[in-house]
Write a protein that binds this ligand. Structure first.
Ligand code: FES
Length: 220
């Protein structure tokens, strides 16, 4: 039987022994990002703007959109970040997905998930999934900004946080970020958030959320 050839890692961490392989699509979008702006544009140049930060690593993503009000489609998607290779590749791919063909309808663009982007990239290292959510979050923020500017208030979706632990004020978003940052067990999440340590009543809900976000982002 022919032995399957193991791919040569692109990065090996000499301290932990961990190695990462990046797909050709990730490398292509990282080394030659599409729709990237090297400077912040004049605010009047674009119809809408979205900005988000990653609590997992502190990086920031900004997105600017041109929108065709008649067709309700994205005409241009530009972006800028000082995030890592995975954030650059994922947002570059997202910018192509949203503006290709005639441009995506706003309702469809609002529904793009990090998995849709990583599927088009052929995958990302698990530790880097939190980087791929920056682009789609900033895109949603920019579309919400457009709805506000154009007074389409009925289309605004409030992504509110819910407090899970009344002592530490840990929210469902904090647990989501912990999972995106590599936590898979209650102990992992507690190391990052202290959730449930002084308020054990919330632990069943925390475990439920860990399962939910692990399935959502990693499919297992
Ligand atoms: S965007 Fe900060 S580590 Fe990837």
């Amino acid at each position: 039987m022919k032995k399957s050839k193991k791919k040569k890692p692109d990065i090996v961490n000499k301290y932990t022994g961990e190695s990462w392989v990046y797909t050709p699509a990730v490398k292509s979008h990282f080394f030659k990002p599409r729709n990237l702006l090297l400077e912040n544009p004049k605010t009047t140049k674009y119809d809408a703007e979205g900005i988000v930060g990653s609590p997992a690593c502190g990086d920031v993503m900004r997105v600017w959109l041109k929108i065709d009000a008649k067709t309700d489609r994205v005409k241009e998607f530009k972006w800028r970040t000082f995030g890592c290779a995975s954030a650059i590749a994922a947002t570059s791919m997202l910018s192509v997905m949203v503006s290709e063909k005639k441009g995506m309808k706003l309702d469809d663009a609002m529904k793009i998930k990090p998995q849709d982007i990583t599927a088009r990239l052929g995958g990302l290292p698990n530790r880097k999934i939190h980087c791929s959510v920056l682009g789609d979050k900033a895109l949603r923020a920019a579309i919400q900004n457009w709805f506000k500017k154009t007074e389409q208030y009925d289309r605004i979706i409030t992504e509110s946080k819910r407090i899970i632990d009344l002592n530490t004020k840990t929210t469902d978003v904090d647990i989501e970020e912990a999972v995106l940052d590599g936590a898979r067990t209650l102990q992992d999440v507690q190391k990052k958030t202290k959730v449930g340590i002084g308020y054990p009543e919330c632990i069943p809900e925390v475990e439920e959320l860990i399962r939910f976000y692990t399935e959502k982002y990693f499919g297992n």
